[in-house]
Design a protein. Structure first.
Ligand code: GAR
Length: 196
């Protein structure tokens, strides 16, 4: 069985769906939930599920990403993680950090990549007048929101959508997509998962 560390910054709804999916015959089990933010709501949800948690606050390190990451990596290594899942982790990671987990770090991003890398994806899809929007799980490479696509799920953009309404529709699909991708990935299968 593979061990999975999940990195969060906020509410952790994707983390919860990942943790709750790793039961029975699933090829992986959660070993750690790690946050850069001590107030992340996901930390208590993880603790309630009996998962080890850790916090490495980025703020004392200021702009020194390497110094932050030198601390961030410690609990991940100590947990023995085979796979690292970014799930609403809102810090950009350096190439040096990413290279330590090459081929075993995943991220979920709320757009149909390669469209709308970075922030404010729902507002940007609305502004562009897109008819379809969605989410992507990809392998993490040193370039932001880049790397091989492991799965995508689409939603329609509907008349009257606001960024929040659209975000909620996408988030529902994130909760289907990420567990489906992780299950395949942990079993060594990198065939993309495509959800309609
Ligand atoms: C999710 O929509 C995720 O795709 C997004 O943050 C949200 C976290 O929600 N991630 C990014 O924007 C990464 N740049 P959650 O904490 O409830 O899983």
């Amino acid at each position: 069985q593979k061990k999975v560390a999940i990195l969060i910054s906020g509410g952790g709804s994707n983390m919860v769906t990942l943790v709750d999916s790793m039961t029975g015959n699933h090829p992986a089990r959660p070993c750690l939930v790690l946050s850069n933010n001590a107030d992340a709501g996901g930390l208590t949800k993880a603790a309630d599920r009996g998962i080890a948690t850790a916090v490495v606050d980025h703020r004392p390190f200021g702009k020194d990403r390497e110094a932050f990451e030198a601390e961030l990596v410690k609990p991940i290594l100590a947990s023995g993680a085979d796979i690292v899942c970014l799930a609403g982790f809102m810090r950009v990671l350096t190439a040096g950090f990413v290279s330590q987990f090459e081929g075993r770090m995943l991220n979920i991003h709320p757009s149909l990549l390669p469209k709308y890398k970075g922030l404010h994806t729902h507002a940007r899809a609305l502004e562009a007048g897109d008819a379809r929007h969605g989410c992507t799980v990809h392998e993490v490479t040193p370039l932001l929101d880049d790397g091989p696509v492991l799965g995508q799920a689409e939603v329609p953009v509907l008349p009257g959508d606001t960024p929040d309404v659209l975000a909620a529709r996408v988030l529902e699909q994130e909760h289907r997509l990420y567990p489906a991708v992780l299950e395949r990935y942990a079993a060594g299968d990198r065939t993309p998962v495509l959800l309609a």
